[in-house]
Design a protein around this ligand. Structure first.
Ligand code: TGC
Ligand code: FAD
Length: 387
């Protein structure tokens, strides 16, 4: 049984409730998800069967208030839950991130009361799946340049354009879509059975295979007025949703690092070469110490970020620093763990290589490592280096 990494007694930083939620999700991942993980990675599908179970545990829209059918928990609990889900697979955490932070959050923050009443309970229960369309084929790091348009007509809007690399694209019932209008960028709730809407799956991924990734296409797709998010105005609206998801990713990546470290440590203690466990060689110990040290640092960063977020003091640049650091370190940990597992480390008998492949996507999505460098750099220096 996975017991986490408690080297600096970071478990003592948790309240009883926080520890209980963390342990519940941990056990779920261990007993229910991990036995499925390699199979779904191989099939390149998201395991739809887990959705009602995630909902049951309150993991869809963790911080959305209970009056809308969600858990109404703290951001700290949200973070711990994402850590444990990504200990299983980044695709599992991605599903929860997108549903909660990128679909339910914008509806809750920018939607009308009618939109909230209609959509949030269905999304919290997993009866409806959502996706978030910001990135386009020619606009990834620079979403402000998006070309998808929403043209005003009588009683509604006509959407034209496409969104690329969208998590849940082909399994979603509803998409939160960002488009250029005459008044600037606006957000729309688009049911995926609307005429003029289509989606396709991106095949051939080596990374995040147990996650559905695809394209959204809008061809004169009519959206009624009541589907526009009334309070979402300008690029800051979708960027505010990214802050929520990036927060969860900083915790999640730490979970993936913990999984790789745990697997490498256990392997090193039992694998004998030159008549000794490889854990007894100095070079292996150096690798394990580096991994453990970076995990502890990431845990402490998450802890402070989580407390700040619950106090309303976490700024976008805090979250960027944590996403940047923790994903980078998780990727390093996965690579190092793979070297300890050596040949065995390239098979799906072990989790490490799956995490390693997944983390390549995590390094890129929700703002690449470079973009987060520039976000933090701009805050530190006062000079923007994006353009
Ligand atoms: P810039 O001029 O800096 O900003 C435009 C407006 O937005 C405000 N703003 C923010 N607001 C909230 N949160 C933030 N983090 C914000 N950053 C900026 C800013 O104050 C301004 O407001 P206003 O009122 O003055 O208009 O915009 P820019 O065009 O220069 O771009 C800035 C940049 C590069 C930082 C941003 O565009 C960016 O973050 N790019 C990365 C794109 C990205 O992260 N895409 C993610 C797509 S979703 C995804 O990947 C899901 S994967 C999920 C999963 O499966 O887990
Ligand atoms: P580009 O923006 O083309 O960047 C290419 C390279 O140039 C990168 O190394 C980048 O860091 C660098 N670069 C760019 N600009 C600068 C600069 N100013 N200075 C220095 N270097 C720079 N998007 C969604 O909207 N919704 C989703 O649900 C979603 N899910 C995703 C799931 C997966 C599996 C993946 C891989 C992506 C997903 N994305 C999603 C898209 C993701 O957010 C983008 O891939 C990401 O923002 C980067 O965009 P890009 O791939 O077009 O790279």
């Amino acid at each position: 049984m996975f017991t986490g990494v408690n080297f600096f007694l970071t478990d003592e930083l948790l309240s009883e409730e926080e520890r209980m939620v963390r342990d519940t999700v941990r056990q779920y991942v261990e007993k229910r998800f991990l036995p499925l993980a390699a199979e779904y990675h191989d099939k390149a599908e998201f395991p739809l069967e887990v959705i009602p179970e995630l909902a049951q545990m309150g993991l869809l829209g963790v911080t959305i208030p209970q009056e809308y059918g969600a858990a109404g928990s703290s951001y700290y609990i949200y973070g711990l839950a994402m850590q444990e889900l990504e200990r299983g697979d980044s695709g599992l955490r991605s599903f929860a991130s997108v549903q909660g932070s990128l679909v339910m959050f914008p509806i809750h923050r920018y939607g009308s009361e009618a939109q909230k009443q209609k959509w949030l309970p269905l999304l919290a229960s997993g009866e409806r799946i959502g996706c978030f369309g910001l990135t386009e084929p020619d606009h990834g790091s620079d979403p402000g340049g998006m070309r998808t348009t929403a043209r005003k007509t009588e009683n509604g809007w006509i959407l034209n354009g496409s969104k690329m690399w969208i998590t849940n694209a082909a399994i979603a019932h509803v998409a939160v879509v960002w488009a250029q209008t005459e008044e600037g960028i606006r957000g729309f709730i688009v049911e995926t059975d609307r005429s003029g809407f289509s989606s396709s799956v991106i095949k051939g991924k080596y990374s995040l295979r147990a996650s559905n990734t695809g394209e959204l296409i809008f061809e004169d797709c009519f959206i009624p007025d009541e589907n526009r998010l009334p309070a979402a105005k300008g690029l800051s609206a979708p960027l505010s949703c990214l802050n929520e998801a990036r927060y969860g990713i900083a915790w999640g990546a730490t979970g993936a690092a913990m999984a790789c470290y745990d697997e490498a440590l256990e392997y090193a203690k039992s694998r004998i070469q030159f008549d000794k466990p490889i854990a007894a060689f100095q070079l292996t110990q150096h690798k394990l110490v580096e991994m453990a040290s970076e995990i502890v640092k990431a845990q402490l960063l998450n802890h402070q970020m989580g407390r700040l977020k619950d106090e309303g003091k976490a700024k976008y640049y805090h979250i960027s620093m944590a996403k940047r650091n923790n994903v980078h370190q998780a990727l390093q940990a996965a690579r190092t763990a793979r070297t300890i597992l050596a040949a065995n480390g390239i098979t799906d008998e072990y989790q490490t290589v799956r995490h390693l492949l997944n983390l390549e996507s995590v390094y890129t999505y929700e703002g690449t490592h470079d973009i987060h460098t520039l976000i933090v750099g701009e805050h530190l220096t006062g000079s923007s280096a994006f353009r």
